[in-house]
Design a protein around this ligand. Sequence first.
Ligand code: 13P
Length: 246
Amino acid sequence: MRSLIAGNWKMHGTLAWARDQARRLAEKAASGLPCDVLICPPATLLGTVAEPLRNAGILVGAQDCHHATHGAFTGDIAATMLADLGCSHVLVGHSERRTIHRESSHDAMRKAVAAHQAGLIAIVCIGENRDERRAGKAFETAAGQLARSLPADATAANTVIAWEPVWAIGTGDTANAADVVAMHRLVKQQLSALLGDGVRVLYGGSVNPSNSRELLAIEHVDGLLVGGASLDPDIFWQIATDGAPD
Ligand code: 13P
């Protein structure tokens, strides 16, 4: 399966910074895309970077969407609006949305439906926190989130799963190979029972150029969701290069 390397800029960046990022990424892409590369900027920057990135063959996604197509939802953004801006993907159920904004798996599922109806690929994020892992409930938590976050219309073509253990996000504490193997195997088994084979499963959490090659070599790891290390195009491209087929 072709790897997907996705960068989540989270809440970072001004227009000038984003233009420069897009220019530098496009320069790198001009010498060849190693794999599928996706950038998810904050919504304020999508209008500026979507076109130059897409012209360079880089996919563009958003970090969240609302479940409705329009209406009185102050501050929210519809999936249809993201599609209109040139997005092909949207993250739903990121742990920062689940924790800080108290979003549930049901919320993530409704957002995924909206994404699909707008023609977007939903990247459904799941992941246990440190307490759940310490209590031996990592698999149960991730499997429960996956079952409740996946909409009935999900297919391998319109859905990507990202396992991002919360304890590994922004901590430098990347999951070890054994943990990644075990979780990705479980998620793939669950997906193949629900949707058949071919759904991409990404790993996220403190990915950097010194661990990306090892992570991508693990069976059932079909790509990476990169936070902090995606803010520097040189570093991000090193990671993307590791996504090239052997
Ligand atoms: P870091 O790569 O900064 O740990 O963030 C991971 C993440 O949350 C990507 O969505």
